[in-house]
Design a protein around this ligand. Sequence first.
Ligand code: ADP
Ligand code: ZN
Length: 729
Amino acid sequence: MATFFEEGTLVGVLTTQPLDRALDYKAPEGGCHLGAFVEVPLGPRKVLGVVWGAGKGGFDLAKARSVIRVLDAAPMRDEMREFLERAGAYTLTPMSAMLRLATRAPGLGDPPSMRKVYRLGEGEPARMTDARTRVLDAAREMGGLALTLKELAEAAGVTTSVVKGLVSTGAIAEEQSPRDTPFALLDADYGSKTLTPDQTEAAEALRSAQRAQTYGTTLLKGVTGSGKTEVYLEAVAEALRTGRQALVLLPEIALTAEFLTRVEARFGAKPAEWHSGVTLTERRRVWKMVAQGQAQMVIGARSALFLPFQRLGLIVVDEEHDTSYKQEEGVLYNARDMAVLRASLLGAQVVLATATPCLESWANADAGKYQRLTLTSRFGEAVMPEMRAIDMRSEELPANRWISPSLQRAVAKRMEAGQQSLLFINRRGYAPVTLCRACGQQIGCDHCDARMVEHRFLKRLVCHQCGESKPIPDVCPSCEAEDRLAAVGPGVERLAEEAQAVFPDARIAVLSSDLYGTARELKAQIETIAAGGADIIIGTQLVAKGHNFPLLTLVGVIDADLGLQGSDLRAAERTFQLMRQVSGRAGRAEQPGEALLQTFQPEHPVIRAILSGDEEAFWAAEADERRAAGMPPYGRLAGVILSGPDVQSVFDLGNHLARNDAPLRRIGAQVYGPAPAPIARVRGRHRVRLLVKADKGAPLQSALADWAAQVTLKGDLRMAIDIDPQSFF
Ligand code: ADP
Ligand code: ZN
């Protein structure tokens, strides 16, 4: 049982207000437990808090204010408080911000919200009709279970007024019931598939790890379509059998619908969902049910890691290499690393599933810190596509055209065979640059150091940095020449236009996140394509993420060199992952697939590694390079981004920090910069970056904290510290 504080004793309460320490209050009437969610007075306001420990005291007790009330929510568990503290210390995040992450459900303190439900009543209607009979039958079939008005009407195939009519006769009873209801029970043995020997072995390893009920991380590696999902669902099943909860993190909300269907087929009911698309009332239900152990499985975005699980036994991070696991705003954390931290504190298992691990995970597996399971072949007949480079230096292609003759021939062949082709370009919009042919000016964003991207579909220029958009002008904003603006370079929309010109009879579908208003529309489009509703799919990064297109047998990568440019530490790794994944789209069913990479540098080591399929060689080489340079995962990096409206004061602050680097030198760390951040201006704020590099074992966080504490941020200046930066802006 958790520590209990008697009424009137001093307790330390951490609130979600930016104070960064627990404040002392007197325990309320009836006392309170350690970890209790409470409402406390703060100045004139009432705020949410958690009892974090005993009060510090040291002041006149008569002045202490009392906790107003204890909220109707399960107290925060010790391990959760420890997790928040450790995660906050690692990411150098104030505890109030960490607590906000853990309380992202509205109305936690409100009394249970009620809704009307309907079940079979005692009364007899004087007059029976067909419709009324159907309602009574439907209600009878539900046994004791109550339905909402809409559900009951739908089950009976009648309008809601028929149900209401029966309520007035007493034949159907109307009652109030709490909205926050438990989730349907999942059945671990409901719809299990017969696994291949490869899959069975991997599933058994995960199951036995799960049974041990201790901490462990497994890297589950396998090409797309090899059955990783089937295998880790077996680990989920084992967690359910042992009475523990499971959390599955997905990198993209658009993937949840497809995944929910699979979970339902496997366990006979839908799990809980947690992401930005979930309504506020549903969020509160999930939060509460997770805390009471009445949601056995949660599918979610990275923030689901901060849900108050009662007995979490398994965290799956699907597509663990995906960059969207790194939160880039607010609290800068990497959900993959936080999953490992949370599991290690809990004695739970982590499964990192991917076709192309990030170098960090690969290195951890290589060093034996993670168990490694590999599924080598695709399920069924599917085989990995054959991959070839198209050397663009020897293709004859007119200006402003991107589909090479070789690629055109390959697409034409697939169309004749009634198969699908995917043309991949990782650029949204119509053209990345709009240029004035008269003065050479490129149209940029007014607020950022970024070019405006033409979106012909929206008939606007859009800044991909801040989202600002404006109509496409007729006149150059710089020299006022008329009708001289030209689109330069390809984006998905323009590629679709070219494909339509080259293949006038083809049915072309464009898959790009900004073309769909809602996840539902996107899902519908994906289903149409999967069912054969397109000959050519033009897609961005979105298609790389795990959709199944059984008729797809050709992938053409328009610009395989795109990711190799730029100065990003992870450029090679990213390009490798993306290319492997996109080509993994081809030939998932019975048809063998082919992947063609258009490149101007076929001899580049990354392109060669992709083509050869020798992944181990790629990672080993990449690991050697990082090790030699002392770069992550063999060394540590932190980014410090300073920003403000006035460029000079931002640089002055950066220089001041760079000069006063004693706290960093003490741990042998070096500072680089200040330099303009690769994206030097966002929303009118200038950004300057310092990079700190340290040895692997160095106490980087405490040194950074001491270093940053030397300055006070005046006026509009801001500082953000990013431990293990992923993207370099
Ligand atoms: P991955 O997660 O590695 O991409 P999936 O688990 O999604 O692979 O499997 C790819 C496809 O093959 C899915 O449609 C899945 O249902 C099917 N599949 C995989 N293994 C089996 C199996 N043992 N029995 C039946 N279908 C399977
Ligand atoms: Zn902008």
